[in-house]
Design a protein around this ligand. Sequence first.
Ligand SMILES: O=C[C@H](O)COP(=O)(O)O
Length: 266
Amino acid sequence: MNESPKLIIGNWKMNGLRASAHQLTCDVLQRARALPNDVRLVICPPFTQIERTSRILRARNVGETILVGGQDCHMSHNGAHTGDISAEMLADLGARYVILGHSERRQAHGETDALIRLKVRAAMDAGLRPVVCIGETMHERQEGRAASVLASQIDGSLTSDFEGVLAYEPIWAIGSGVTPSRDELERTLYLLSGLLRSRLKKDDIRVPILYGGSVTPDQAHAILSIRSIGGVLVGNASLDALRFTQIAEAASLQLSSQPLSGPYNS
Ligand SMILES: O=C[C@H](O)COP(=O)(O)O
């Protein structure tokens, strides 16, 4: 059975000037040469570095092994939206993915599920694969409301014809050095696959589910050994070519050591 490649997405957030972005992309390329086809890297630099990163990858002819993504897009195709970037603009620069609904945007810019759903539509219309982030706060977790929060985020932010990636990023794990236990993560992935089936109204779900939040090379083996996981969304560790590619290597090792199959690894 052919499995989809594990996705290792690097979210550079607001980091990277021309020289450092160029160097980081070249370093990732250099280290990723040995990666097998069962792992796909997606680099999501800030808007200002997308074209440069795409150009470097095109020049090296890396095909589908390393792709570029944006970190957000506007819900409209064009118009009077000062300072915003449309999904078409991202695609025009060579992006293939776009992160939407990251908790840092939900919190700092008041993004709602309804807005994120409009952005998902715009991204899909532009031919981009949306990577929709969901996750509960520590407070919601302690109150035992994590499952209902995740259900509501999935219902509100995904279109019924959603074709993309879901990234489970518990807010308490982002940048904190704390991650859920393997068992806890496995249970959450099971819950999310059920919620996706019900939202998309089909059993054959082709939506990889990623985990994000303090992923480092040390934890990557345990996280990526979960059979149903589609990959990881990496923040801080993606700013270091060695750590980022070590995480990708961990995914590849897991793939070669166990047969993987599952509804969200299509
Ligand atoms: O988009 C990435 C997430 O916010 C995780 O960030 P982090 O790996 O620095 O915790």
